[in-house]
Design a protein around this ligand. Sequence first.
Ligand SMILES: [Zn+2]
Ligand SMILES: [Zn+2]
Length: 302
Amino acid sequence: MIHASMSQIKLLSPYLTEGYTWLKGNLHTHTTFSDGTHTAEEVIANYEQCGYDFLGISDHDVFTAPHDYQHMTQMVLIPVVEVTSLGPHIQQIGVHQRVEPDTDRQAVVDRINSDGGFAVMNHPNWEWHFNHFPQEMMSDLQGAIGLEVYNGVIERLDGSALASDRWDRLLSVGRQLWGFANDDAHYPTDVGVAWNVVQSPARSADDIMSALRQGQFYASTGVMVKSVEIDGLCIRIETENAQRIRFLTRFGTIRSSTDGASAEWELPDNLTQLKNWRYVRIECYGEGGRMAWLQPIRIDVH
Ligand SMILES: [Zn+2]
Ligand SMILES: [Zn+2]
């Protein structure tokens, strides 16, 4: 067995250990400007009542500009469009100019990036065939920063709200992608199902978007995380309300499972194994099916 000296192995965690506050928000919501049943004003009031810190209104191929609504809310409004027509849906986050739909989804992602924003691949397992976003297309698309690991509205539609299967397949072939959780709310009853909690130094759209780009957040349907820390080959997580915590590696293999609100796992001191595993991902399970998905911690071997 080849031992892993610490100079050869580094665990690259996106998480901060100081200088931040956790901010909660949803980046995927519709209004009457597309197929939502409620106006932007009503949608904003609903999220504000639920205690959210930020919100992205993301109508289908329509830009609902934060500038027009920011005065009526304490939440930070994030500029978002859901690029919808002509292919699988892609979230354009950090919109300056709305990107036109194009059958060439690579061109859509490229334009989102050159506009200064970032792209997230939406609800991969939506529809009766569980294949709204074909795996091959997700794998070929370059420059998207993440995918929706959970999309709330799919709970009441065909397919699966959960897409951690897609995520593990992409991470396992070396793609660096962050997992987002969003409501995709169309009705008021869709509000508050799934959200993101960001480590942000300040309550501003730029700070929140920069933290999202760097993976300083987790996706949640109700489990709340306090901290994630790395010490050598040991990963520690503390939550408020998890009942079981799992550590997974390449292709979703569960390596460790602990009952309780906090857990730690020390990776084995075995270079061959660690090279093969590529990443560690943490999933937290709570009461009533609530969950949290932490971002992948990359196993860097050199
Ligand atoms: Zn969609
Ligand atoms: Zn949507």
